[in-house]
Design a protein around this ligand. Structure first.
Ligand code: UD1
Ligand code: CA
Length: 460
């Protein structure tokens, strides 16, 4: 079988983005643009994959890692010049699949279809689309047989040529020897003064090497990102694609327009996403959960039957049937046990909360290990920071911590212990012990009336 080599172009400056970051590392639904292109090419079955990089290459290398090989284009002299840099790596008898790094909506099936056409016709092929607004894209000029004669860039096109609505999607499957021959003939005799990959088509045609157009199933798949407006446009399309996939798999999305799910998120069957939900990073949600309204989960692993309402949960785990919110904040490193309840205005940070434990209202639990079936009363605070370091709090299974208790860490409370409300606990509480640490009440009969009179006199 003919070897298939992928070449992704990502050396261009992306000037129209006006960014300190390389264009192709900007995220679409939480995933760098170029990572989509690379993933789809690999899934389409290329045997080897090269990414041409130049300025800000470290950023591109950082997001792609070891999955691909990198080729440097020292000076950005055009898309044709970029592909020329890959020539030494292209085996004579191969197909070279070229893609721009700024087209994240491209799908593996479409790349495969393109490669199949090239193979069947023993020629090259280019993905095209007929669009309403072809501005800024190369226009595709066909001959009577339907093969591409040449591609003309916006800036080089005559008024007549600009009326053509079939555009070059920037996705090619080239017969490698034909490509190499044409690349060597490129000149910078064009409006951009660059070596344009698109000019290869006319050079090939001049020696009877054909390039067949393959119309994209959905023209939107070819949308390129050159500026931030297109970035937002592609983001919206990708978001719809992701939500559609989840809905097909049995997830209810009550209001897709206000629901946001990143590319790498997994969601179980019969889970309901309520309006204002944002699932980000590598979040995994089990079955039968109700998430939202107004919930943001970032890198969260949630079991089944979990409910999260009006809450922010970061880098944490939520056990089966746990319930969070409303108005809760779970910070990184937390592990909420099955059936546990984290209620309103509770903050949990870097803590384990055991199965069935309730932290129902107005508490701060930080750097703690709370056992199972513990009741944390209203307004309990783990005092974990002494101004220099964070200290740990441990509360054993089946204990009861009354309302407004301060647990001054480092502190250890045993199992089945009972801490009286309003206590400030500084010493270890053994298993089964009762601890109370507060002033005794003083009541002065009728003193309230006298006090008021005294205070009134003062303001006269
Ligand atoms: C390009 C095509 C155009 C097509 C459109 C599809 C050319 C000349 N034009 O235009 O016909 O309709 O894509 O989206 O090919 N790059 C390099 N090195 C360079 C220049 C560019 O690696 O010297 C890379 C860029 O990083 C980018 C890709 O090539 O990923 C395309 O460059 P860009 O400037 O975005 O081309 P377009 O104007 O969009
Ligand atoms: Ca582009």
């Amino acid at each position: 079988m003919t070897v298939k080599v992928g070449v992704v172009l990502a050396a261009g400056l992306g000037k129209r983005m006006n960014s300190k970051r390389h264009k192709v590392v900007h995220e679409i639904c939480g995933k760098p643009m170029i990572a989509y292109v690379v993933d789809e090419l690999l899934a389409a079955g290329v045997d080897r994959l090269f990414v041409v990089v130049g300025r800000l290459e470290d950023q591109v290398r950082a997001v792609l890692g070891e999955r691909v090989r990198f080729i440097r284009q020292e000076e950005q002299l055009g898309t044709g010049h970029a592909v020329l840099q890959a020539v030494p790596h292209l085996p004579e008898d191969s197909v070279t699949v070229v893609l721009n790094g700024d087209c994240p909506l491209i799908r593996r099936q479409e790349i495969q279809r393109l490669m199949n056409v090239a193979a069947e016709r023993e020629a090259s092929a280019v993905m095209t689309a007929s669009v309403d607004d072809p501005f800024a894209y190369g226009r595709v000029m066909r001959d009577e047989q339907g093969a591409v004669m040449r591609i003309v860039e916006e800036r080089d096109a005559s008024a007549q040529e600009r009326l053509i609505r079939e555009i070059n999607g920037g996705v090619f499957a080239f017969r490698t020897p034909d490509l190499i021959g044409a690349l060597r003939k490129l000149t910078s005799d064009n409006a951009q003064g660059e070596l344009l990959l698109t000019d290869c088509v006319a050079h090939m045609r001049a020696v009877n090497q054909f390039v067949w157009p393959v119309l994209a199933e959905d023209p939107n798949d070819l949308a390129g990102v050159n500026d931030r407006l297109q970035l937002a446009d592609v983001e919206a399309r990708m978001k719809t694609r992701i939500l559609t996939e989840h809905m097909k798999n049995g997830v209810t999305v009550i209001d897709p327009s206000s629901t946001y799910v990143h590319a790498e998120v997994a969601i179980g069957c019969d889970t309901v996403l309520c309006p204002g939900t944002s699932l980000e990073g590598r979040t995994v949600i089990g079955e039968d959960c109700v998430i939202g309204p107004n919930a943001r989960l970032v890198d969260v692993k949630a079991g089944s039957g979990v409910t999260v309402q009006a809450a922010l949960v970061m880098e944490s785990r939520l056990g089966d049937d746990a319930s969070v919110g409303p108005y809760a904040y779970i910070r990184p490193g937390s592990d909420i046990g099955a059936g546990a309840k984290i209620g309103n205005f509770v903050e949990i940070k870097n803590s384990v909360v055991g199965e069935g434990t309730k932290v129902s209202h107005l508490s701060y639990i930080g750097d703690s290990e709370i056992g199972s079936r513990v009741n944390i009363g209203c307004g309990v605070v783990t005092v974990n920071y002494d101004g220099y370091q964070k200290n740990r709090t441990v509360v054993g299974d089946d204990s009861f911590v009354g309302s407004s208790v301060n647990l001054i860490a480092p502190i250890q409370v045993g199992r089945e212990a009972y801490i009286a409300t309003g206590s400030t606990i500084t010493d270890e509480v053994p298993d089964g012990a009762f601890a109370i640490a507060r002033e005794r009440q003083t009541t002065k009969p009728e003193y309230a009336t006298r006090l008021r009179m005294k205070l009134k006199q003062r303001i006269r």
